[in-house]
Write a protein that binds this ligand. Structure first.
Ligand SMILES: NC(=O)c1ccc[n+]([C@@H]2O[C@H](COP(=O)([O-])OP(=O)(O)OC[C@H]3O[C@@H](n4cnc5c(N)ncnc54)[C@H](OP(=O)(O)O)[C@@H]3O)[C@@H](O)[C@H]2O)c1
Length: 255
């Protein structure tokens, strides 16, 4: 039987002493992460490459979009130099950041590996993985041990999806980046990832009831941030049953 999750029962941790950067926060999954973190009382900062995307995003957030605890910074953050400059700018403008969540990317599918073009490869492998690596290298050493660096990834990191080879390889590379980053920072920073099945978002016209939702993903990220013992960890949630287990393990949902 499909598990059900009622977010009215969620135990949102108090993260009012935290400042989080949500890279990819304007995206489909990012929206749920932003909404959740605003409920925790944290100061939420969303970098975005374009003003237009910020404007549209503010509109969909409605009253939450007006929160004093939500800030946007427009500019590129997806290359090594621009990510570094963005980290410096955010820190100078708002103060030290405690947590970073990278929900950067998106989906691509439709060609077999032998049919992909170099521009597909550049856009969906090189550009997207570069944005993740640039974000990780710009932020990781700025974060306190009590904070967290988190990646939001898909199950395509570990299971082949015919016709989506580029995303498979990109997500698998980022899944390994999470592990090697943990191995390199040791106990100095906490690094974790979520590896997800299809996510229910505003953009989905059709979905299955047992898929996880973007606000549940946000709640896991808040739970990870609030749990000092969680480090070097991956939370897998291909469906609601696994998501429920993860939420309960993190203490952000009743048993
Ligand atoms: N959607 C799902 O069902 C699903 C399921 C499982 C896992 N995931 C994972 O969740 C993460 C986010 O996915 P999503 O569906 O939310 O993606 P999305 O809606 O396309 O949003 C991606 C965000 O990433 C930012 N971005 C930065 N560099 C980018 C680049 N080179 N190309 C495209 N976007 C870039 C964009 O922000 P700006 O334009 O504002 O800078 C955008 O808001 C990915 O790692 C994905 O694998 C998603």
């Amino acid at each position: 039987m499909t598990a059900t999750i009622d977010l009215a029962k969620a135990r949102y941790p108090d993260l009012s002493d935290r400042r989080v950067v949500i890279a990819g926060g304007t995206g489909d999954v990012g929206e749920g992460i932003v909404r959740t973190w605003l409920k925790t009382g944290a100061h939420v900062i969303v970098p975005s490459r374009t003003e237009g995307r910020v404007k549209r995003f503010r509109e969909v957030l409605t009253e939450a979009g007006e929160s004093e605890k939500l800030s946007f910074v427009t500019g590129d953050y997806t290359g090594f130099d621009s990510a570094q400059a963005m980290a410096e700018r955010i820190t100078a403008e708002f103060g030290p950041v405690t947590d970073v969540i990278a929900s950067i990317g998106g989906w691509w599918q439709g060609k077999s590996l032998w049919e992909i073009s170099e521009s597909d490869w550049q856009r969906y492998f090189v550009d997207m993985s570069t944005a993740h690596v640039a974000t990780a290298r710009a932020w990781i050493r700025r974060l306190p041990q009590t904070g967290s660096y988190q990646l939001v990834l898909g199950g395509s990191a570990v299971a082949p999806v015919p016709g989506a080879s580029i995303i498979n390889m990109q997500q698998a590379a980022l899944f390994m980046m999470r592990q090697v980053l943990s191995a390199e920072v040791g106990k100095a920073q906490r690094v974790a990832a979520q590896v997800l099945g299809p996510v229910i978002t505003r953009a989905r016209l059709r979905y299955n009831d047992d898929w996880v939702s973007n606000e549940e993903v946000g709640l896991v990220s808040a739970g990870i941030a609030a749990s000092p013992a969680v480090s070097d960890a991956d939370y897998f949630a291909y469906d609601k049953t696994e998501m429920l287990e993860g939420l309960q393990k993190l203490g952000v949902y009743p048993k």
